[in-house]
Design a protein around this ligand. Structure first.
Ligand code: CU
Length: 283
């Protein structure tokens, strides 16, 4: 029988693999602690953060469990302690029970947390008359916000109205056209009121993402997707494009400025007076 040159455990490899596994674990634990989560200034962000934490706690428990088992196997069945292979194998059913327990936890997370959060995000939209409604139109490489103005009615738009100075194809003969307005890059919304955004794209696929307000929604040409969030604090938040959309994707930023209702009404009145073309189009 040919002997392998080294018997037993390779301790260098053992400690190197332990280190490689422990470093990312510490990093994840550090990041999911509530103090290190991205700032949350929206009403619906708390439940999303809870879900992220619970999923990571379960994954952490599985990781520690598997890691413990891995080290146990390395030590218990190394060549010195187990010179002859046991062909009968494991007879205990402990692993089956453990798998069942993990499956139950996963089912609770999915049915009890993930599906309700998801259904509220994609199904329970605020009523238009109780929300701030904005049509967000993405284009390479800018965010545009189309506001209806003080009376809250959008004019119609259609591809046939497209022209050099009418990129969004607004119907200029529509009576509501005059008080509608489009802003480039910087959106403004009032605090404490649901915001309903209808997201679309003029060219390629983009993704409207604002992490502190916990909103992320793809913008797909030819389609309009509604999304909603309720800002709870005053502030200015960065919008990013979360879908690689071309050479200047990295620079496709915008802002959502959350102001008081009075300031918002003042801003809307001012912009609306300036008309639909004010601030619209590519800057
Ligand atoms: Cu983009």
């Amino acid at each position: 029988m040919q002997e392998s040159p080294k018997k037993g455990l390779n301790w260098w490899l053992f400690f190197a693999s332990a280190l490689l596994l422990i470093i990312p674990t510490c990093y994840v634990v550090y990041n999911i602690s509530p103090a290190n989560m991205p700032r949350n200034d929206s009403a619906q962000g708390g439940e999303i953060d809870h879900l992220i934490t619970y999923v990571h706690v379960l994954m952490g428990a599985l990781f520690v469990g598997w890691l413990g088992f891995f080290f146990y196997v390395l030590l218990r069945f190394n060549k010195n302690r187990q010179p002859v292979a046991d062909y009968a194998g494991v007879k205990s059913h402990a692993s089956t029970w453990l798998e069942a327990v993990v499956a139950i936890f996963e089912a609770v997370l999915l049915i009890g947390f993930a599906i309700p959060v998801w259904s509220r995000a994609v199904d329970k939209f605020p009523k238009e008359n109780e929300a701030t409604v904005i049509k967000v139109i993405a284009q390479q490489f800018q965010w545009n916000g189309w506001y209806p103005g003080p009376h809250g009615v959008f004019c119609t738009n259609d591809a046939k109205f497209f022209s050099g100075d009418n990129t969004f194809g607004l119907d200029k003969s529509d009576p509501h056209y005059k008080e509608n307005f489009i802003v480039a890059k910087d959106l403004v919304v009032p605090v404490g009121k649901p915001v309903l955004v209808y997201i679309s794209s003029l060219d390629v696929i983009h993704c409207f993402a604002c992490k502190p307000l916990r909103i992320t929604q793809d913008a797909i040409p030819g389609m309009v997707f509604p999304a909603h969030f309720t800002p709870v604090k005053l502030g200015t938040y960065q919008i990013n494009c979360a879908q690689l959309c071309g050479l200047s994707h990295y620079g496709m930023r915008g802002t959502i400025k959350v102001v008081s209702q009075t300031d918002y009404d003042k801003w809307v009145a001012e912009k609306s007076k300036a008309g639909a073309s004010a601030g619209g189009g590519y800057e």
